[in-house]
Design a binder for this molecule. Structure first.
Ligand code: FE
Length: 422
């Protein structure tokens, strides 16, 4: 069974990555940052942590305002550094534990936290600043695996502290019910007090930070009663991202062993590093199995429905390449090349030989069985001048005429816009 070893709290200020990349560990202004993170790094090694569950917020790098979500879980098998304006940081990618991420995603949704899911997104300093300080060897990066949870804390309204704590409680059950022996640490990033915009820029509050840390360890429920406006008032607007620490704390046992805690405020942000060891016991197997049954309740038996292929996050990851290739038919240049230069285009998108055959030969049903979602197939059909009913007929192994006989009215249509739809 996966075991929660403990929780880590760490700021994710970009100054941390800057200090790491420019080797400032012996500079007295910077060395306290390294001292705190070195304790975390050594603890992670000593406890043989396999997976870091990384709770962070993106800074309008990979998660913009065209689609902003509260809780976004990464299901990918690899994560690279993002370009935040000056070129991507030269740091090794992190390896995702995709199977654990899927289980956690399913568990959250079963517990009524309707997750947003992401993949193929580079991650910014919110994720890589602390991760690179935990990894023992910068040339290799973190050699264990990660599951990232991006929390949207920048566009109001955002989840409150109580919601974050409850999500953490769900996370605990999700991790413990994962049927593989793994040591998992829950890493909360961000904070502590800081404000970096407006006339209040530069605001910090070390007294509140100490109070926050004391309550987090001993009485986290009290922190769930603090409103976001109060977090902003006490710890600065950007410092209100500390609500993410409630997710970590909710995932731990009621009592924790507070083995390390330090803060250092050199400039704009009170940089904290904290370790809590979990004291809880693993639930009994019957209890874990009951939780797994709850997680799989909604879809149990769906595989028995013939001719039906539910699109899951596993399919989404393993068949991303082909689904993405076909989704891009919404872009005029892509569909022009799809018509005029298909073979080269498919090679540029690194489709396998089998995938290329599926597309070239218009194997509609085989693509569904392979894990292509219907809604990109109807785009492909529209580009090729094939109507939706022609595709439906192929699914059913019928001629168009015979398929139309199964309908009350014979209609022809596609998603092609303008005159093409006539
Ligand atoms: Fe931040």
């Amino acid at each position: 069974m996966a075991n929660i070893i403990g929780g880590i709290g760490a700021s994710h200020s970009p100054t941390i990555a800057f200090a790491k990349d420019t080797n400032k560990q012996d500079d007295p202004a910077w060395s306290p940052i390294f001292e705190g993170f070195n304790v975390i790094r050594d603890w992670v090694q000593e406890k043989k942590v396999d997976v870091l569950f990384m709770i962070f917020n993106d800074h309008i790098t990979s998660f913009g305002f065209d689609h902003y979500s509260a809780f976004t879980l990464g299901i990918d098998d690899t994560y690279v550094t993002a370009d935040e304006g000056g070129g991507a940081r030269d740091y090794p990618p992190a390896t995702g534990h995709a199977a654990l991420a899927r289980h956690i995603g399913q568990s959250f949704v079963a517990d009524e936290f309707d997750m947003s899911i992401f993949q193929k997104k580079p991650l910014d300093h919110g994720f890589f600043s602390p991760l690179s300080m935990i990894a023992p060897d910068a040339s290799k990066g973190w050699e264990g695996t990660v599951v990232p949870l991006q929390v949207g804390v920048l566009q109001m309204p955002i989840p409150n502290a109580k919601r974050c704590f409850k999500l953490g409680q769900s996370l605990r059950k999700a991790v413990q019910s994962f049927p593989e022996d793994l040591n998992v640490a829950i890493v909360a990033t961000g904070g502590l007090s800081h404000q970096i915009h407006g006339e209040r820029c530069g605001f910090t509050n070390e007294a509140w930070d100490q109070e926050f840390l004391a309550l987090l360890a001993s009485d986290p429920e009290a922190l769930t009663q603090v409103r976001l406006a109060e977090y902003a008032e006490k710890g600065g607007m950007e410092g209100a991202e500390v609500i993410m620490w409630l997710i970590m704390r909710g995932a731990l046992s009621e009592q924790v062993n507070n083995v390390y805690e330090t803060t250092y405020l050199p400039s704009m942000t009170n940089i904290a590093t904290v370790i809590y060891e979990d004291l809880g016991d693993m639930p009994k197997e019957a209890e874990l199995q009951a939780y797994r049954d709850h997680v799989h309740y909604e879809l149990a038996g769906i595989e028995k429905i013939e001719g039906t292929y539910p699109f899951t996050i596993e399919t989404s990851l393993t068949r991303y390449r082909l689904n993405n290739f076909l989704r891009r038919l919404i872009i005029p240049e892509h569909r022009e090349r799809f018509i005029s230069d298909l073979d080269n285009l498919m090679q540029e998108y690194e489709l396998t030989d089998d995938e290329q055959t599926l597309v070239r030969d218009q194997k509609w049903l085989e693509m569904i069985r392979y894990g292509v979602i219907f809604f990109v197939l109807e785009k492909m059909a529209a580009v090729l001048g094939v109507s939706n009913p022609q595709v439906y007929a192929k699914f059913r192994g019928l001629s168009l005429e015979d398929f139309q006989k199964t309908r009350k009215v014979a209609m022809q249509y596609s998603v092609a816009g303008g005159k093409k739809s006539e």
